[in-house]
Design a binder for this molecule. Structure first.
Ligand SMILES: Nc1nc2c(ncn2[C@@H]2O[C@H](COP(=O)(O)OP(=O)(O)O)[C@@H](O)[C@H]2O)c(=O)[nH]1
Ligand SMILES: [Mg+2]
Ligand SMILES: [Zn+2]
Length: 291
């Protein structure tokens, strides 16, 4: 007799227990063979589940659309990059998360939280350079202000929250789950917001699912060749052909159109300075790897 095969999404991993959300129910499943090795199954993975002697077995992981690591999450549509009035925004981290999102084909949205603590004009000044490149939202998770702006990025999507500690990621997730409760009554309350490498859980909200923290550790690094970094900065691309050197990295080369545009205040200095910082970090990393 051929056994029943179902396809579902892994939404919770605690040690070696995997919760798979199937069409109408969730099951706790054990992985087969090699899949049992830690790190082979990500939260967000679509998997084939078969039943043997009444137990659910994860038989296969379907190809991933994209992924972030440590904690491992996959098949994301949106990453909400959270910054806040305090702690002081770490914009280098924001840019690294952005680069990871671009590289993986995940839509990034910059969310400024704790808007109750700072004048709107000051918040606008901080996020202005980003507005040319990505969608932004100004919110207060605690006071549930501005959350409706996030609905299009969360509704029926697979989402993760990323950003420094204490910016309000868990508060935002709780607020989104409450929004869920208010709109369709399906929110699953409970032990929310824990996520380590051994315990990662995604929550159902607005027809989609959300992970509290994704790929945080790895975002201190970006897996991009230093010379390829220029292609991730859309404002550099039209200038490249005006640089003296075709492969100009816009750092130390003479007759650089990007540096000229900076002098003319046509580009954002902060964003450029962070580009140089990340470029040098990538160069240093490669030097350490290959020297
Ligand atoms: N004033 C204010 N504080 C907030 C807001 N959202 C979160 N917080 C506070 O920020 C702190 C860190 O929040 P948390 O959600 O744990 O941050 P996480 O580390 O990013 O998950 C907590 O004390 C929250 O109460 C907000 O909108 N306004
Ligand atoms: Mg948290
Ligand atoms: Zn240049």
């Amino acid at each position: 007799m051929k056994s029943r095969v179902e396809i579902g999404r892994v939404i919770k991993i605690i040690s070696n227990r995997y919760t798979v959300k199937l069409e109408n129910k969730s099951v706790i499943a054990s992985p087969r063979g090699k899949l049992r090795l830690v790190g082979n199954i990500y939260a967000g993975d679509m998997v084939k589940v078969v039943y043997e002697r009444g137990s659910a077995i994860i038989d296969e992981v379907l190809p991933r659309k994209n992924s972030l690591t440590r904690p491992n999450v996959s098949n994301l549509d949106t990453v909400l990059i959270v910054i806040a009035t305090e702690p002081t925004p770490d914009l280098i981290l924001v840019d690294k998360i952005l680069l990871n999102a671009y590289q993986q084909g995940i839509k990034p949205v910059l969310v400024f939280n704790k808007c109750d603590m700072l004048a709107n004009s000051e918040i606008e000044n901080i996020i202005a350079p980003y507005k040319k490149h990505i969608d932004t939202a100004i919110i207060s998770a605690e006071n549930k202000v501005g959350l409706e702006q996030l609905i299009p990025y969360v509704e029926n999507k697979v989402v993760c929250l990323a950003g420094q500690s204490a910016v309000g990621k868990t508060s935002l997730m709780n607020a989104l789950l409450d929004l869920n409760l208010a709109t369709d009554g399906l929110a699953k309350k409970g032990n929310r917001g824990k996520s380590t490498t051994r315990h990662i859980e995604m929550y159902e909200a607005l027809g989609g699912i959300i992970a509290d923290t994704c790929g945080f550790n790895i975002m201190t690094l970006v897996d991009i060749e230093p010379e390829e970094l220029i292609f991730y900065y859309d404002e550099f691309i039209p200038l490249q052909s005006s640089c003296k050197f075709k492969s100009c990295t816009h750092t130390i080369e003479p007759d650089c159109a990007v540096k000229k545009a900076l002098e003319n205040k046509e580009l954002d200095q902060g964003r450029y300075d962070r580009y140089v910082h990340i470029y040098q970090e990538l160069k240093e990393l490669r030097r350490k790897l290959y020297d």
